[in-house]
Design a protein around this ligand. Sequence first.
Ligand code: FE2
Length: 426
Amino acid sequence: MLDLLVTHATLPDGRTDMSLAVRDGRFVDVVAGPLQAPARQTLDAQGLLVSPPFVDAHFHMDATLSYGMPRVNQSGTLLEGIALWGELKPHLTQQAVVDRALAYCDWAVARGLLAIRSHVDTSDPRLLAVEALLEVRRRVAPYLDLQLVAFPQDGVLRTPGGMAQLERALDLGVDVVGGIPHFERTMADGATSVRQLCELAARRGLQVDMHCDESDDPHSRHVETLAFETQRLGLHGRVTGSHLTSMHSMDNYYVSKLLPLMAEAQLQVVSNPLINITLQGRHDTYPKRRGMTRVPELLAQGIPVAFGQDCVMDPWYSLGSGDMLEVAAMGLHVAQMTSQAAMRQCFEAVTTHPARILGLEGYGLQTGCHADFVLLQARDPIEALRLRATRLQVYRRGICLASTPPALTRLQLPGRPSSTDGLAAR
Ligand code: FE2
């Protein structure tokens, strides 16, 4: 007896009329056409898209939903955001951080986002945010995978005791080593921080995910050091460069040398389109740079690129809702990834690519994978992006966590019979 049988599903790879059988929280059969087996529960997808859940490879859950506290970012820059977060930090309470993070996780689940890698600030000697997010990780574990990165927001070398605090966060159970070389006092300090943090990760057998070169300065080249240290320490496939916005402004010749170096080190990349397009280029008059890294060129090198949400209603960004289709659609537009193949890559940048970066076990729609999936009010990934499709059902381990009614519009036009249709979904 199956626990769940999903029928008439369209999969992201284009296969239609698929049946997915679920037992004990995993897919036990994924076949074309009908599947004759008794099941306790059935779900007729009616030809709509069944996708693996959305994954966000880059978020800041300790700052989320704090918009306006204690004031709003006037310049819209990264640096004022960091200063603003510094003003807020002394007033944070663990309970408030936990409450806001849990509220955000509810939003995420409702939108089919079931795995998040969140950076957590380790610059505060109290490690209040670290304790709070470890508590959140424990509480959401039954329904959402939360991975934490030890992130020295104020610079691991620039902060007195910064490295010791970051190590204490790892001792407490934070999963990944973070960094912010472009915020250290000098380029040399930035490079030193990359080397020391990669050595720390190698010693502890951990992954690295660094905020790297989040600036419009074409001479911010810490990603080169990150690739070099990855090679030197044998960390291939375990290191992620987040943001990499300076690559947008770099000289083309230099990038032609950099890209193969990154591929050789098997670096992974996270771009954050909503944040990059709003924080970067603030010192420009016109033309204004887009400030997003070179996504199609990175993908062409075989480098996995994820699109992250980064911020929702915090000192850096006043909007956002945990909607990874919005994130992917922005990435698509900013990177001009408008071909059929490129639009599909944008969908992969919020599903399979971040799942690979997080190292999620059992992710996907193949037999043996966890029965985690989203039923969308769309017939394929491109339509899902175009419509920011309603997430009709969200399942984890074969159990429905969230459902949303389909978008339907009632039209009452003069001289025409009234009709109710999924117009909002066309
Ligand atoms: Fe970030």
